[in-house]
Design a protein around this ligand. Structure first.
Ligand SMILES: [Zn+2]
Length: 352
């Protein structure tokens, strides 16, 4: 199974398209206006079955760019295991490969315009406020990187964590901010390219299904190789109950503070709900400690904002990003593959 997991966007895409061809998918390639280090980049859409269907299962990768290495590997593996031929009657499978192809190719979490795509789906005329971010923005956005920079950042963040609590710090950093366009977890000032394209897919594909189930693959938060189905539905909502009955105890909602994620602004899966009767989850696989993931992101942010950077495989900051979001471990890949098979089987059993 490990041959389906790649270390470059170009290779991941080639393997995915090979599997699509072998399973007779109908394909659409949406070219991104910019390129990756190896050339052109795309959001690739593959469909098995009729658009007009009872149930559409949607599996998407790389909403957070670099998290697409895991997501793409899982998509290709499922195709190699012949998922398209195991679909219940009147069920259509839709895969979106490289929702944010620019971040995927450049090994970044953000889009080409430094936007966290999963904070971008909201009304930009009334952006949410995040005053806590202002308190820590300077720590997260260093202008220079010296030998002692990392130790100093860790110390300052730890100070805030002790003062206000770890959850406060996670919220300030990650719930999304709309004021610092070169900053961390920036939600943007308008819908990004990927956002617009997803809405087009919603109108072109998802709208034709009576109900749709969306599994958007993510990595980083949680215990190594374990998973949570993150939802943002209120605990008392019908959607939350339906997610629980479908995916069981893995489902958590950011609404209560029990999830590995804080309650975020502008998540993508919810925006897709306007098309058909859609239920969705961010299937999040844990990697390494939050502090390590955070440091990798800060270093990557500095690299792209301030350093004279030429993309090269093996660059220490990129290696750190890859390990933070895509651990090079057989055990990790086997674990996430097993969980994904289980989640998709459960998804296919949905009847209402
Ligand atoms: Zn993610």
């Amino acid at each position: 199974m490990h041959q389906y997991f790649s270390r470059s966007y170009a290779e991941a895409r080639r393997i995915f398209l090979q599997q699509c061809e072998a399973t007779a998918a109908t394909l659409e390639h949406i070219q991104h206006p910019l390129s990756g280090p190896d050339g052109d980049i795309y959001m690739d859409v593959a469909i098995w079955g009729e658009r007009q269907c009872e149930h559409m299962l949607i599996v998407s990768s790389a909403t957070h760019g670099i998290e697409g290495y895991a997501g793409s590997g899982l998509q290709s593996l499922l195709l190699a295991e012949d998922l398209p031929n195991q679909l219940p009657e009147n069920t259509t499978l839709l895969m979106i490969h490289g929702v944010n192809p620019h971040g995927f190719a450049w090994q970044r979490r953000v889009t080409e315009d430094n936007v966290d795509l999963n904070r971008n789906f909201l009304d930009h005329s009334i952006p949410p406020e995040n005053p806590e971010y202002l308190e820590i923005a300077e720590i997260l956005e260093p202008n220079e990187w010296h030998q002692d920079t990392e130790a100093s950042i860790r110390e300052q963040l730890s100070h805030f964590s002790q003062k206000h609590g770890a959850r406060w710090l996670q919220g300030a950093m990650t719930k999304g901010q709309y004021t610092h366009e070169n900053g961390f977890f920036y939600g943007g000032k308008e819908p990004t390219w990927s956002n617009l394209k997803l809405h087009e897919l919603g109108r072109r594909y998802i709208n034709h299904a009576r109900m749709a189930t969306m599994v958007d693959i993510h990595t980083a938060l949680g215990q190594f190789g374990e998973a949570e189905c993150i939802t943002t539905y209120p605990m008392t909502s019908d959607e939350y109950k339906r997610c629980r009955s479908l995916w069981g105890m893995r489902v958590q909602t950011t609404d209560t503070g029990d999830s590995v994620s804080v309650d975020v602004n502008g998540p993508m899966v919810n925006a897709m709900q306007q098309y058909s009767d859609a239920l969705g989850t961010g299937l999040e696989f844990g990697t390494h400690a939050v502090s390590e993931v955070t440091m990798a992101l800060i270093a990557d942010q500095w690299l792209h904002q301030h350093a004279d950077f030429n993309f090269a495989a093996g660059h220490p900051v990129k290696e750190r990003m890859m390990e933070a979001f895509y651990p090079d471990s057989d055990k990790w890949r086997e674990s996430i593959a097993g969980i994904t098979r289980e989640i998709l089987n459960q998804s296919l059993s949905r009847t209402s």
